[in-house]
Design a protein around this ligand. Structure first.
Ligand code: DAH
Length: 344
C-alpha cells in the first residue's frame, strides 16, 4: 500500500509539472484528489490492514494528498503568473506612437453662413421667422402683388403640386404670413432664412433647390435711407469694411420702388475685371420699399405704415466670399470641399 501511495504521488507530481494550463491542472486535481480518485480508494481498503499499520498508512495518505495539493497550488500560481505576463506582453501599448486623428464633422458652410447672417441682423434688431416650404399660390404669389396671369410669375419657374399648392419659389411668402399675424400693427422686423425651389436645370449657377434669406421691416416712417443703411452695414460686416455698395433701379412686383444692390468688386476695386465682368460691381441682392398692395393684403394700412424688404441668396454670397465657382459644390457634399470651411 505504501508503494502504491508513493507511486500515486510521483505520478501526480509529474502530471502537475507537465500541466500546461489551468484546465489540465484542474483535471489532475479531480482525478487524484477527487472523491472517486485512487487515494480515496487506497484509504477505503485500509480496513483490511493490521491495526498498527493503519495510522502509518493514514498518515502517509494525508502526506501524499497534501503534497499533491501543494504542488497543484504552486503550479497554479505559476501558470497564472505566466498567463498575466503573456497578456501584458501582448497588450503592450506603445504610447509613443502617433495617434490616429478622429474624423470630426462640422456644420455645412451654408448653415454657418446663414447663422452668421442671422446674427448680423439680430444685432440690428431683427427677429428670425420661418414659413412652410410647401406653400399656397396665394402666399407665394398673390399676396405679393402677383395675381394669377401676372407676367412676372414667369420670372420664377415653379414646381406645382396642385393648382393652388406649390414648392415656394422664394422666401418672400413669409413676409405676408408674418405681417398677417401682426394684425395691422407694427413694427415687424424679421429675416426669414429657408429653402426654396425652382424648375431650373442644374448647372454651375442654377439649382432646382437653393436657399434664400428674406428681410422685412414694416413700421411708421420707414424710409429708403433706412434700407440703404441696413444693407450697407450688412455688406461691410459680411464682405469687409472697404467694400462700397450701390443701389440700382430694378423691378419686383412686391416692392415699389425696387432696387438691386451691388457691392464693389474686391479683385479690381472698381476698375473692372473678369470677376465683375468689367463693371467694377457685383450684384448681391434685390430689395425695395414694400408695395402698398402687399401691405394692404396683409392687413396693414399703407397710409400709416410702410416698410422695406430685401431678398438674398446665401449660395451667391458664399460663392463671392470664398471664390466658389460652382453652386453644385454646396449640394454634392464632397468632404474635401466641405472640410475647407470647418474653420472658416
Ligand atoms: N423674392 C425675390 C426673388 O426670389 C427676391 C427679393 C427681391 C425679395 C426684392 C424681396 C425684395 O423682398 O424686396 O427673386
Amino acid at each position: 500500500m505504501k508503494e502504491r501511495l508513493e507511486e500515486l504521488r510521483n505520478e501526480a507530481l509529474e502530471k502537475v509539472e507537465k500541466a500546461e494550463n489551468i484546465k489540465e491542472l484542474q483535471d489532475v486535481r479531480v482525478s487524484y484528489l477527487g472523491k472517486k480518485g485512487p487515494i480515496t480508494e487506497v484509504l477505503r481498503g485500509m480496513g483490511k490492514l493490521p491495526a498498527e499499520e493503519r495510522p502509518v498508512i493514514g498518515q502517509l495518505a494525508n502526506d501524499v494528498r497534501e503534497s499533491i495539493a501543494r504542488a497543484i497550488e504552486d503550479k497554479q500560481t505559476e501558470l497564472e503568473k505566466e498567463a498575466l505576463e503573456q497578456r501584458l506582453r501582448e497588450e503592450t501599448i506603445d504610447v509613443t506612437l502617433p495617434g490616429r486623428p478622429n474624423q470630426v464633422g462640422g456644420p455645412h458652410l451654408l448653415t454657418k453662413l446663414i447663422q452668421e447672417i442671422e446674427d448680423l441682423f439680430i444685432g440690428m434688431g431683427f427677429e428670425v421667422a420661418e414659413g412652410p416650404e410647401v406653400e399656397t399660390d396665394y402666399y407665394n404669389f398673390e399676396a405679393l402683388n402677383l395675381p394669377k396671369g401676372h407676367p412676372a410669375r414667369d420670372m420664377q419657374d415653379s414646381f406645382y403640386i396642385t393648382e393652388e399648392i406649390l414648392m415656394r419659389t422664394h422666401t418672400s411668402p413669409v413676409q405676408a404670413r408674418t405681417m398677417e399675424k401682426h394684425e395691422g400693427k407694427g413694427p415687424v422686423k424679421i429675416i426669414c432664412p429657408g429653402k426654396v425651389y425652382r424648375r431650373d436645370t442644374d448647372d454651375a449657377t442654377h439649382s432646382h433647390q437653393f436657399t434664400q434669406i428674406e428681410g422685412l421691416f414694416v413700421d411708421k416712417n420707414v424710409r429708403m435711407s433706412d434700407l440703404k443703411g441696413v444693407l450697407n452695414t450688412f455688406a461691410k460686416k459680411m464682405f469687409g469694411e472697404d467694400r462700397e455698395i450701390r443701389l440700382r433701379p430694378s423691378f419686383f412686383p412686391f416692392t415699389e420702388p425696387s432696387v438691386e444692390m451691388d457691392i464693389s468688386c474686391k479683385i479690381c476695386r472698381g476698375e473692372g475685371c473678369s470677376v465683375c465682368k468689367g463693371t467694377g460691381w457685383i450684384e448681391i441682392l434685390g430689395a425695395g420699399m414694400v408695395h402698398p398692395n402687399v401691405l394692404r393684403m396683409a392687413g396693414f394700412d399703407p397710409d400709416v405704415y410702410n416698410g422695406f424688404a430685401f431678398g438674398m441668396g446665401p449660395e451667391r454670397i458664399a460663392m463671392l466670399k470664398y471664390g466658389i465657382d460652382d453652386i453644385r459644390h454646396f449640394y454634392i457634399n464632397d468632404v474635401r470641399f466641405l472640410k475647407q470651411f470647418h474653420q472658416a
